[in-house]
Unconditional design. Structure first.
Length: 149
């Protein structure tokens, strides 16, 4: 954790991590950052415990994707909204209000290179995505991963 000097410190702490990280920069695909925001318990005495709070204590969370466009997806506990950077204005514009996960998707995403390490339920799920037993069309596979050895 990096602590801001007390006189410059606000009442929030931000935890963040790469989302598929910098290993994909040379591939020309989107990369991003996930983040969570917590309230600091005591502004004058920030500690590691402030960033190790349970996720249920977050006051906001989201991710930002950097690629051909810059998209910020944010939840403050009441729904999820997506914003896209308008470079001409230098501002994020609400472009995806009230994002919802569909009940049933058409796409699955896995790293097939890890298939030998999957547990039985995961392997069975992927098999059903590829070869549905109900006669429906198979799901599409989408995955962007690292290359090289």
């Amino acid at each position: 954790a990096i602590f801001v000097d007390a006189p410059l410190r606000g009442k929030y702490c931000v935890c963040f991590d790469p989302l598929d990280g910098s290993s994909n920069i040379d591939c020309g695909v989107s990369i991003g950052t996930i983040f969570g925001i917590y309230m600091i318990k005591d502004k004058d005495n920030a500690t590691l415990e402030d960033v190790l709070q349970p996720g249920t204590h977050m006051i906001a969370a989201g991710y930002c994707m950097y690629g051909s466009s810059c998209t910020l997806v944010l939840s403050t506990g009441n729904g999820v909204n997506g914003f896209t950077l308008d470079p001409s204005l230098g501002e994020f514009i609400l472009t995806h209000p009230n994002i919802k996960i569909p009940n049933k998707g058409k796409i699955y995403s896995v790293n097939e290179g890890n298939a030998r390490n999957w547990d039985a339920p995961t392997a069975k799920y992927v098999e059903r995505c590829k070869f549905p037993q109900d006669g429906s069309s198979p799901k599409s596979l989408r995955y962007i991963g690292r290359y090289g050895c």
